[in-house]
Design a protein around this ligand. Sequence first.
Ligand SMILES: [Cu+2]
Ligand SMILES: [Zn+2]
Length: 179
Amino acid sequence: MGIMKRLTASQFLSTSLIASCLAMIPATPAFAADSIHVPMKPLSGSKVAGSVHFTASDGKMSAKVELSGLEPGEHGFHIHEVGDCNAVDGSSAGPHFNPDGHKHGGIQAADRHAGDLGNVTADAAGKVEVELKDLPLTFDGTKGIKGRSVIVHEKRDDLATDPSGDSGKRLACGIIGEK
Ligand SMILES: [Cu+2]
Ligand SMILES: [Zn+2]
């Protein structure tokens, strides 16, 4: 009877250990890495700030963009090559992210930089709230956006002029995956 009791106690312990291990599985880092929140900081003396939240799911990327402090209307919106927002004018972020050696274009164009995300539109109050879906981007790999930067511009991207879409000054910058 004493042995039975001890076995039962040890079986109970194993069961609890297995249960606690199973409970830890959803917290593995692989799940959290599918989403990156990017705070945007003002550049060029602007007051533009906000965030871009990237989420990868089923091989597709979406980006929830929330910005304030813009002039109403369209503003060029791109991934730039370098994850460096230190220069006052944002020049440290380098050119548009362009791993395939293409020319500048709109998001639907056949010939476009991978980082060309077109324009975001600010409302009358200067705010942007939009979710860009089905972006042809990944976080990792040779064409991944991790460690690069997001820039929002002063003017509308004309979706044609190489290499920058004639979108003017860089008004806010955020590093994708900054620790
Ligand atoms: Cu840009
Ligand atoms: Zn471009």
